[in-house]
Design a protein around this ligand. Structure first.
Ligand code: NAP
Ligand code: ZN
Ligand code: ZN
Length: 350
């Protein structure tokens, strides 16, 4: 099926209109008309080949909400007309230990990501959500709570689960002191979710103009991370810190803020290594770890949690023709707090 999209054809050229073939739905496939797709900073890292390994053409997008157009004969959980979501994963082996534990993102055979992964169906590369439709096995399609705004829900499929999963894993609950580093797409979801878990939330930002917003989003305290005396007031006090910064920065400044046995989880992916002063881990038995999105079961649990607690992303809705400007603005930190593409714009302009 011929499918319109926006693609990057190299690391240095802007995204531009591109057409490719989607497979005809198999018996367990769901074909979804994409209504909204969020712009994650990972899209920018990948399109610009900042992590190496990008295959071009690259159609990014893994925060997808849409309407089911068609289902295969053996599909039981979706029917034509349903609202559905697709996040960062579209397939995995389903039989390894990680898949059996619903942690498909860590599949031993290699998870199939929504874009820039090997696609066994086409023999090429997977193409993501900056496109008019997508065909996905029903096991990797998510149900969207009926009460949520659809455009604001799209970013939950990556920014939501990437912040929800490590906070659940590290038992962020009522009474815990939790830090969120970086108030961007991930960070602002982290604040909303940590508040909903009942935590005392402290935002660390480099941007003075975000202080008021951080409070509006639910932060109990906001610290400008370049203010050394403000940072020192929080020494040895955090149960958990989530670091969403995807650029070089000093993580030791945050490790010393953890209390004994506290954990700092890194989700922002800096293209270069970050230096850890191990004495900050040894004294206080603190730990430093990472986390990658979340499995399908937990992503559904997160969506249902957001439905119950009326949580969506704060977004700026754009037509796809503005995607390259949006990338430049995202890199400058000029978005409150997630760009979402109104995919109706794709075909209007053709
Ligand atoms: P984003 O919207 O650009 O937010 C990042 C925030 O980090 C910025 O708003 C800014 O917040 C802060 N920041 C940026 N550059 C900085 C610097 N040089 N020094 C200090 N702070 C800086 O990006 P995002 O979409 O939330 O993604 C964040 C990172 O997570 C990216 O690297 C992305 O690839 C990665 N990611 C990882 C996963 C995973 O599974 N682990 C999933 C999705 C995304 P302030 O203005 O408040 O300082
Ligand atoms: Zn993402
Ligand atoms: Zn597997």
């Amino acid at each position: 099926m011929k499918t319109h999209s926006y693609a990057a054809t190299s690391a240095t050229t802007p995204l531009a209109p591109f057409s490719f073939e989607r497979r005809t739905p198999g018996e367990r496939d769901v074909r979804i008309e994409i209504l909204y797709c969020g712009i994650c900073h990972s899209d920018v890292h990948t399109v610009r080949n900042e992590w190496q390994g990008t295959t071009y053409p690259c159609v990014p997008g893994h925060e997808i909400v849409g309407r089911v157009l068609e289902v295969g004969t053996k599909v039981t959980t979706f029917k034509e007309g349903d609202i559905a979501g697709v996040g960062c994963l579209v397939d995995s082996c389903r039989t390894c230990g990680s898949c059996e534990e619903h942690l498909e993102q860590f599949c031993d055979e290699g998870a199939v990501f929504t874009y820039n992964s090997a696609d066994k169906h086409s023999g090429g590369t997977t193409f993501g959500g900056y496109s008019e439709s997508i065909v996905v096995d029903e096991a990797f399609v998510l149900r969207i709570p009926e009460n949520l705004d659809l455009a604001g829900t799209a970013p939950l499929l990556c920014a939501g689960i990437t912040t929800y999963s490590p906070m659940r894993h590290h038992q962020v609950t009522r009474g815990k002191k939790v830090g969120i580093v970086g108030l961007g797409g991930l960070g602002h979801m982290g604040v909303k979710l940590a508040k909903a878990f009942g935590a005392h939330v402290v935002v660390f930002t480099t941007s003075p103009d975000k202080v008021e917003d951080a409070r509006r989003l639910g932060a109990d305290e906001v610290v400008l991370s370049n203010d050394e005396s403000a940072m020192n007031q929080h020494l040895n006090s955090f149960h958990f810190i989530l670091d969403t910064v995807g650029a070089k920065h000093d993580i030791n400044a945050y490790l010393v803020l953890l209390r004994r046995d506290g954990n700092l989880t890194q989700v922002g992916v800096a293209p270069e290594p970050l230096a850890v002063d191990v004495s900050n881990l040894i004294f206080g038995r603190r730990s430093f770890s990472g986390s990658l999105i979340g499995g399908l079961k937990e992503t559904q649990e997160m969506l249902d949690f957001c439905g119950t607690h009326q949580i969506t992303s704060d977004i700026e809705l754009i037509p796809i023709q503005e995607v390259n400007d949006a990338y430049d603005r995202l890199v400058k930190g000029d978005v409150k707090y997630r760009f979402v593409i109104d995919m109706a714009s794709l075909n209007q302009a053709l």
